[in-house]
Design a protein around this ligand. Sequence first.
Ligand SMILES: [Ca+2]
Ligand SMILES: [Ca+2]
Length: 86
Amino acid sequence: MANSKLLLVLLVAVAVSVVTSKPVFKRSENMFLKSDTDFDGYVTARELKEGFEIASQHIANGYVAKYDTDKNGKLDSAEFYDSPFA
Ligand SMILES: [Ca+2]
Ligand SMILES: [Ca+2]
């Protein structure tokens, strides 16, 4: 029957899409994009403080200093992924 064949094709298509589909963003990418509120590609200590409700700017500065491996004063996506915020 044509209908049952069509149904089978649809079921296979759904199964394949379920198996191969990936979320649009990995969690850490999502967190980075959410944290970078001015969309300049970097998360600053101020953005970190606001995004994660860190109690003091001093603490946020310390996190950035710790994970800012190229020492430009802000976290790029790779640095952010290495931090506990990702
Ligand atoms: Ca930013
Ligand atoms: Ca950096």
